[in-house]
Design a protein around this ligand. Structure first.
Ligand code: ZN
Length: 295
């Protein structure tokens, strides 16, 4: 059976062949640049030639690749997602949100967008490269990206540190999970479990900070509604409830609250409150004051 990856590649080859027949004086040069970029994709060169060359030939081929992706058959994209999540949990690699399956007929195809890790308008030569296509939740794909200002060398550092380079070697056979590198700091802000500046830049330019902020807000709302409907009458009972939430399978039992959507982030969120006396007391104060206002 022809895999989706092979079909995407075939599409790219079609585009190259079509470009060859077009009357460009430098078409060989353009294709050569494309080949260099593709072959050094895994090593991420300091400067992508394609990006820096603004000649007509490069521009035309860029357009063809971007259009080629836009016109890629939906069934190929579906099959690709299916292959990506084969034998792994269907979660958004960026935020960890559980991806729902779309309808009965495609029950093993999760509802996911295909995000170009290297944005297609910046790096058109990678727009039809299967390794550059990451299925994400719709929210993560719709974040306004701030990737324009980043240098390939910064990307390279960040990716190396995150071990993301492996995805470009093995993807889609292996799955990467960016969200497992997240944690909360003492001000309840999300941070990455690393001091590497390049990673922080990557998260920032990817707009993920805002995305994580939204997720944290959601976590807080869920926590708040659970607390409100639980019988909390002392700080000890609040503590017990949080301990219960932090236990391994709690989020699965309480499916109705959709806690299993972001288990890693949720877990960190609860533990962060639970094991910090000040935060626990602050939450307790809020519980008390809201109870008073209910009376
Ligand atoms: Zn996501």
């Amino acid at each position: 059976m022809v895999t989706a990856q092979e079909q995407i590649k075939t599409k790219a080859e079609e585009i190259i062949n079509k470009f060859k027949t077009l009357n460009y004086t430098n078409s060989d040069e353009v294709i050569n640049d494309y080949r260099i970029d593709i072959s050094s994709f895994i090593d991420l060169p300091e400067e992508f030639l394609f990006k820096s060359d603004k000649s007509d030939g490069h521009k035309k081929l860029s357009e063809m690749f971007i259009n080629g992706y836009e016109h890629l058959d939906l069934s190929i994209k579906k099959q690709y997602k299916k292959e990506f999540f084969k034998n792994v949990e269907k979660r958004c690699p960026f935020c960890g949100q559980l991806l729902e399956s779309s309808g009965k007929a495609d029950s093993d195809v999760p509802t996911a967008d295909l995000d170009h890790f290297f944005p297609k308008f910046e790096y058109p030569q990678f727009s039809l490269l299967p390794q550059n296509l990451i299925p994400t939740c719709m929210e993560c794909n719709r974040i306004e990206k701030h990737r324009k200002s980043i240098l390939p060398s910064e990307f390279k550092l960040a990716l190396e540190e995150l071990g993301l380079l492996k995805i470009f070697q093995q993807h889609p056979n292996s799955h990467f999970k960016l969200y497992t590198s997240l944690s909360f700091d003492c001000n309840n802000k999300l941070f990455l479990k690393t001091n590497n500046e390049a990673i922080h830049k990557l998260i920032k330019l990817y707009g993920l900070n805002e995305r994580y902020h939204t997720i944290k807000g959601k976590c807080f709302n869920i926590l708040w509604s659970i607390v409100r409907y639980s019988n909390i009458n002392s700080v000890e009972s609040l503590e017990r409830l949080l301990e219960n939430m932090a236990s391994n399978n709690w989020h699965e039992i309480n499916d109705g609250y959709s806690l299993n959507n972001s288990p890693q982030i949720w877990q960190e969120f609860i533990e962060n409150i639970l094991y910090d006396e000040c935060k626990l007391m602050a939450l307790w104060d809020e519980v008390k004051s809201s109870e008073l206002s209910f009376l």
